[in-house]
Design a protein. Structure first.
Length: 163
């Protein structure tokens, strides 16, 4: 069985960009606005000869406003349930949001390995802003740039460790 990695996070943080980076496919729709990729999306990736499955998600339905369980797309919950590891993507340039905290709370209850990827960190990987994401209680924030391919390798190594 190939390990399964789910990409989770609020809209526009760069999940689909990361999906494309991991799978080197053009299948996921990369939006310049929030919320376009609504469905789960599967792809295959490979690193150091190890193969894995990655699931892109649409994140949250943007038109709902109250409560994690109402907001979180059913597809995202299913993706987390299917996953061996979750990459929780946040946006360094946008900073922490209430939705990030809601997602963190949900993921704590999901009992999965979670990696916290602080995306859009090109040129900012040493910034003290990265440390602000410790507040989510999801462990060490890992600066990455999905668009530029930085930090992706070590992120994957951590996600796949032991599989
Ligand atoms: P999703 O809604 O989480 O799937 O986010 P997308 O992958 O559609 O990306 C949302 C926006 O963020 C797009 O305009 C991307 O080009 C941009 N983006 C994604 N990754 C990066 C990154 O590493 N750096 C920067 N600066 N922008 C990024
Ligand atoms: Mg997307």
């Amino acid at each position: 069985m190939k390990p399964v990695i789910a990409l989770v996070g609020r809209p526009n943080v760069g999940k689909s960009t990361l999906f494309n980076r991991l799978t080197k496919s053009r299948d996921a729709i990369v939006a310049d606005y929030a919320g376009l990729t609504r469905d789960r999306h599967y792809g295959e990736g490979r690193v150091s000869g190890r193969e894995f499955i990655v699931i892109d998600t649409g994140g949250f339905e943007p038109d709902c406003s109250s409560g994690i369980f109402q907001e979180m797309a059913k597809q995202t919950r299913q993706a987390v349930a299917e996953a061996d590891a979750v990459i929780f993507v946040v946006d360094l340039r946008a900073g922490l949001s209430g939705q990030d905290h809601d997602i963190a709370q949900y993921l704590r209850g999901a009992n999965k390995r979670v990696l916290l990827a602080v995306n859009k960190a090109e040129g900012m990987s040493e910034s003290p802003l990265v440390s602000e994401f410790y507040e989510l209680g999801m462990g060490e924030p890992i600066p990455v740039s999905s668009a530029h391919g930085q930090g992706i390798r070590s992120l994957l190594d951590m996600a796949l460790e032991g599989f």
